[in-house]
Structures are given as C-alpha cells and as structure tokens.
Design a protein around this ligand. Structure first.
Ligand code: ZN
Length: 375
C-alpha cells in the first residue's frame, strides 16, 4: 500500500519486508506498505531511514519497479533480511520542499492555462529551480499574468484533496490535462481552481505552496520552458538575492533598487579608461621604439613589453631584450633562446616561439640588464 497517497503529512510507519535482494546497484527491499514516495512524474524520491532489530539503515533512493503501480523499491545503505518488521521514517524537510514544488507546479500550470492558454507537457522538480515545459511559445505579459494568478490562488488558501474515480466517471470531471493511467484514476483538486489526475504528494492548502516566483523562460522544442521557485526555496532565494544586492548597494553607497545607475557609470568609465589606456600604450611603444632599436637591451614598463616586442619584430632581425622593473622579460631575434637559457640559470621561468617571454626574480633584474647578452 502506498501510504503517502492516504496521508502526505505522515512521516513514520510500520511495515514488513516482503522482498529483499542485493545486486550491483546495491541492497533493495519491497515493503508491505510505505510512506516513501518513489521518483515519478518529475517529483524526486523521498529519502529517510528504516529501523528494526537489525539497527538503522538509510533509504538512499526509491523507485517503481515497473511504471505505474509496480512495486515500490527502496534502495538501502545496507542489507536487511526478508520477513522482518521495520519502522520507516521519511526525511520530512526534503519531502515538504518536494510537496511545495509539486503543488506549486499544479497551481502554476493552471495559471498558465488561464492566462495564456498554455498547456503543460512536462515538468522537472529535481532541484529548487523547477521547470514547466509548455506546448506553446509564451508572451512575457501573459507569463507575468500567470505568476500573479498563481499567487492569488496561493492567497485564496484553497483546500487540496485527492480522491479516486473510475475511468467511466472521468468524463464528468473537467481535468486540466487527460490522465496517463487507466482503471481507477486519482484526482487532485485545488479548490475550484485546478483539477488534475496525479499520484503524487500534495499540500493541504494552496497557501502552503507560496510564494510562487517565475524566474525566466526560454524557447524549448518548439514551445517554451518556464523556470520557477516555490515555498521555502523561493524565500531562501529571495533572502540570498536580497543579501547580495544589499552588500553591493552598500559598497556603492546607494540603495538596492538604485544600483543600476552606479554600475552603469562604472561600466562607462571602464570603457573610457580602456580606450585611453590603449592610446597611451600605443604612444609609449612609439616613443620607446627608437631607443630600443638603438640600445637593444632596455628597461620598459611591463604593460608595453609585449607590444614593443611585436613592433621590434617587424622592424629588425637582430636580437633584443626587454625587461620590466618587476622582472618580466621578452626576448626576440636569433639569440632569444640563449637569453632564455641564461635567465633560467638565474631562476627565470618562461618560453615562446618568435618572442620568448617570462619572468625573472626581481632582485636579478639589474644583473640581467647586460648588453653582452644580445651582441
Ligand atoms: Zn500532483
């Protein structure tokens, strides 16, 4: 029996081990009944523990042996014998978050249908950022409307109930989407807001799923994929983002919602400075070029070392050595490898083809400025 369908708020249960086996995947049991939700319908599995005369083992994963109504298999951290009685306990913190994601998805899917006529065809609730895949491409305004509608449904505090109907009775129920299973079908009703066939675990009222926040959307397989967060996880996300924005605002001496202005100003300044920097470097390279051609061993500022080396390469075939006061160096021409070897003996690191570049310990710079190196 799937106890989680009877009461999605129960966390402990008693059961007997009906089957037990071990294989290369691990240790497994099927129980006479279970509160553990098996991974399905986009909702992740429950985890938790089983206790008994054998001690305590962890339930690592739960899945259906065959799709829809197959046995519920529990993968365990250690084997337990067939026939024993166990007490099971699910990880409630994890389950409650899953129920928030899942119930919010029902609400959001209905809101998307109402706001834009958008049809949900797949969902993923594996992580705090959940997704709903829609058959249609969405419009931004309709998406905002759907988000508002979903949160109105949250604040309306609709009761949520699950009940079973036969296939024949189904026609009397206006379902959001046709059921995938046959025979007895489990329906989940959220007040008069939403009605859908579902075997999952749900909250008692819509209010517990809130807030529901749509994060973004993108085109996906001819339709769209909508990303959202719900419940505690949406609140945690808000907390993290608010804290980040507040820290940034403080560093710019402004308020979080005014941050764009100083950030944009900073971007513009960086852009201007980059342009100026480029001009200054070019001018400096031009100014240094005649002396470099004449002396061939020269102390130059590190930012122009590479550019000056390239310019020399196009001007002369002789050997040149450029050094910065911090120890960065560039050597080119026929004697460049020899320079590199000499510098390596002084503790330098570096390499390269047409221009060898590297750095030398700072205290060796004076000794390295040796004109005989290029003669
Ligand atoms: Zn459901």
């Amino acid at each position: 029996m799937r106890l989680y369908q009877e009461d999605s708020y129960a966390t402990r249960f008693q059961a007997r081990v009906v089957r037990a086996w071990s294989d290369e995947q691990g240790h497994h049991v099927v129980l006479s009944e279970t509160l553990f939700y098996p991974e399905s319908g986009g909702q992740p599995a429950d985890t938790g523990v089983l206790r008994g005369g054998f001690g305590e083992v962890r339930v690592l994963h739960v899945y259906e042996e065959a799709k829809a109504f197959g046995d519920v298999v529990h993968r365990l951290s250690a084997p337990i014998p067939e026939g024993v009685e166990v007490e099971g306990e699910i990880d409630w913190n994890r389950r409650f978050r899953h129920m928030q994601r899942h119930t919010a998805q029902h609400i959001l899917s209905q809101a998307l249908l109402r706001a834009g006529g958008y049809h949900t065809i797949a969902v993923s609730l594996d992580s705090p950022v959940s997704t709903v895949d829609l058959e249609e491409e969405v419009e931004e305004a309709k998406l905002q409307e759907a988000e508002a509608l979903a949160n109105f449904a949250v604040y309306a505090d609709y009761p949520i109930e699950a009940f079973w109907v036969s296939e024949e009775e189904l026609a009397r129920y206006p379902l959001r989407r046709p059921p995938k299973v046959q025979g007895q079908v489990r329906l989940v009703r959220i007040g008069d807001f939403d009605l859908a066939a579902c075997g999952g675990t749900h909250l008692r009222t819509s209010a517990q799923a809130g807030p529901i926040k749509v994060l973004k959307w993108e085109r996906y397989k001819g339709g769209s994929r909508v990303y959202f967060m719900a419940g505690w996880e949406a609140l945690e996300d808000y907390h993290a983002k608010h804290a980040l924005l507040s820290r940034l605002a403080l560093s710019f001496s402004t308020s979080p919602l005014e941050l764009e202005k100083p950030v944009r100003r900073l971007q513009e300044e960086v852009y201007t400075l980059k342009g100026e920097n480029l001009e200054l470097k070019e001018a400096l390279v031009e100014a240094l070029l005649p002396r470099a051609l004449e002396e061939r061993v020269l102390l130059v500022p590190a930012p122009v070392l590479g550019d000056l080396a390239k310019r020399l390469l196009s001007w002369s075939e002789k050997t040149f050595l450029l050094l910065s006061p911090e120890g960065r160096f560039a050597a080119l021409g026929p004697g460049r490898q020899e320079v590199l070897e000499r510098f390596k003996a002084l503790g330098a690191k570096g390499g390269g083809k047409e221009v060898v570049q590297g750095s030398l310990p700072k205290e060796k710079v004076a000794a390295a400025l040796d004109p005989s190196l290029v003669s």
